[in-house]
Design a protein around this ligand. Sequence first.
Ligand code: GTP
Ligand code: MG
Length: 196
Amino acid sequence: MKITSAKFITTVAKASDLLNTQFKEFAFVGRSNAGKSSLINAFTNRSALAKTSSTPGKTKHINYFLINENFYITDLPGYGYHKAGKSEEERWVKLIDEYLLTSKQLSCVFVLMDIRHKPNILDKQMLTFLHYYNIPFMVLATKADKLSKSQRGVYASKLAQEVGLTLNNLIITSSALKLGLEKLGEKIEEQIGQDA
Ligand code: GTP
Ligand code: MG
């Protein structure tokens, strides 16, 4: 997919401020530090569209980006960042759940998981939640550059198996190597139903 424009639209801190968008939305969720904001930057070919950090807990609100004047990408806070404090963390979880349940234009949720790590209870809960509410999703295995080429397939299969999915529901990605971005674009195109 050719990215012709990528604009930051707004940041939302509470459920009552969530946008009622006129275009389809694609959400990036996952554990804190999984690489959500970095992948949004890599995908849109913008170095600092979404704010990234080596310290977990960087994205604290929901950020909306309008891509190609045609669809939205939303960057969500990561779950499992306990240092934020219990009440802050609960607030994020509530905001994420509310977003996922009420966004009428939500077309697909990309669930990011570090390819090297075993899915934890929070990853599993997120997938169960998406299943239960019938929200289309796809797993993006991130940071594949941390593994050798031959290891990537092995780890990806293991990851898919651990969450009860097949490799058809997973894309191997790396923001550093710009890996998997074409497939991600294809998945989005499939949903918006036109060549972009
Ligand atoms: P929160 O906003 O805290 O939930 O984190 P996030 O999921 O948005 O992660 P972010 O994109 O901020 O990246 C976290 C860290 O992982 C940063 O230090 C990134 O440089 C690093 N990182 C992200 N993607 C990659 C990747 O593809 N390869 C490598 N090697 N590092 C990456
Ligand atoms: Mg982030």
